[in-house]
Design a protein around this ligand. Structure first.
Ligand SMILES: *[C@@H]1O[C@H](CO)[C@@H](O)[C@H](O)[C@H]1NC(C)=O
Ligand SMILES: *[C@@H]1O[C@H](CO)[C@@H](O)[C@H](O)[C@H]1NC(C)=O
Ligand SMILES: *[C@@H]1O[C@H](CO)[C@@H](O)[C@H](O)[C@H]1NC(C)=O
Length: 216
C-alpha cells in the first residue's frame, strides 16, 4: 500500500508537464520546458496573417494561422499565442476569442487577465486556424502577435510573429522602426525556472505525509 501511494505521488510530480496545453508558468517565456528540446533556429513554416495593421480601442482583428509544406509536413500540434507590446514588457494586451466549436484551441488567462492568450488543448494535427483579438478599451502602444508553435514534441519554434499592429492614436508611426523582443530558444538557460507546478508538488508531499502517518 505504501509503495503504491509513493508511486502515485511520484507519478503526480513527474508527469504533470504532459497535461495538454501550456501551463500557466509558461506565460512569461512561452517556452515549452517539458518538451526536452531547444527551439528550432530556422525560420518557422508557420504564418499569422492579420486583417488590420493598426488598432483603435475595441477593434476586432482576425488572425489566420497557417502552415506551409516546406519541411515535408503540413501540420502543427501545439500553439501558444499572446499579443505582446513592442516595449518588451512581459504582458499580453487585449482579449482573444476562438470560433464556436473549435476542438483544438482554447483561451487562457495569462498574467491574471481573462482570455489574454490562445493555447491548444488537444494534440490533433491542425493545418490552419482562425481566431480573433479584441483591442482593450484604452490605447496600449504598438503591438505584435507572438507565438510558440509546435509541429511535434521536439520540433517547435518560439520565434513566430505577426506583422506589427500599430496604435492608431500615435501619429506618424511606422512599422519599419519597430523590432520584436528577444525570445527564449534554449531549454537550459541562466534564468531560474520552475518546471513543475508547486501545487502539484505540494499535493504529492501531502500524499507522502499521509502515507508516513498511516504506516507509523
Ligand atoms: C477584421 O476582421 C474582424 C472580424 O471578422 C472584423 O470585425 C474587422 O472589421 C476586420 N477589420 C478590417 C480592417 O477589415
Ligand atoms: C492555408 O494554406 C493552404 C495552402 O496554401 C490553403 O489551402 C488554405 O486555404 C489556407 N488556410 C486558410 C485558413 O487560409
Ligand atoms: C521579460 O521576461 C524575460 C524572460 O524572463 C526577461 O529576460 C526580460 O528581462 C523581461 N522583460 C522585462 C521588460 O521585464
Amino acid at each position: 500500500m505504501q509503495r503504491l501511494l509513493i508511486s502515485l505521488a511520484l507519478v503526480l510530480v513527474c508527469c504533470h508537464g504532459y497535461a495538454l496545453g501550456p501551463p500557466i508558468e509558461a506565460c512569461v517565456e512561452m517556452f515549452p520546458l517539458d518538451h526536452g528540446a531547444d527551439a528550432r533556429k530556422d525560420s518557422s513554416p508557420f504564418t499569422m496573417t492579420i486583417n488590420a495593421t493598426s488598432y483603435s480601442p475595441g477593434d476586432v482583428i482576425k488572425v489566420v494561422l497557417n502552415t506551409s509544406e516546406i519541411y515535408g509536413h503540413y501540420f502543427l500540434e501545439g500553439l501558444f499565442v499572446q499579443m505582446r507590446p513592442v516595449t518588451c514588457l512581459n504582458t499580453s494586451v487585449g482579449t482573444f476569442s476562438i470560433e464556436t466549436g473549435d476542438d483544438f484551441l482554447k483561451t487562457m488567462d495569462c498574467f491574471a487577465k481573462p482570455a489574454s492568450a490562445i493555447a491548444h488543448y488537444s494534440h490533433e494535427h491542425i493545418h490552419d486556424r482562425t481566431f480573433y483579438w479584441t483591442a482593450p478599451s484604452t490605447a496600449n502602444g504598438h503591438l505584435y502577435l507572438r507565438a510558440t508553435v509546435a509541429r511535434n514534441l521536439k520540433n517547435f519554434w518560439t520565434n513566430v510573429f505577426s506583422d506589427f499592429i500599430l496604435d492608431a492614436s500615435i501619429p506618424n508611426a511606422s512599422p519599419t522602426t519597430l523590432k520584436t523582443c528577444a525570445v527564449r530558444s534554449k531549454q537550459t538557460s541562466g534564468v531560474s525556472i520552475t518546471t513543475s507546478s508547486s501545487v502539484v508538488i505540494f499535493a504529492a508531499l501531502v500524499v507522502l505525509a499521509f502515507v508516513t502517518k498511516l504506516t507509523n
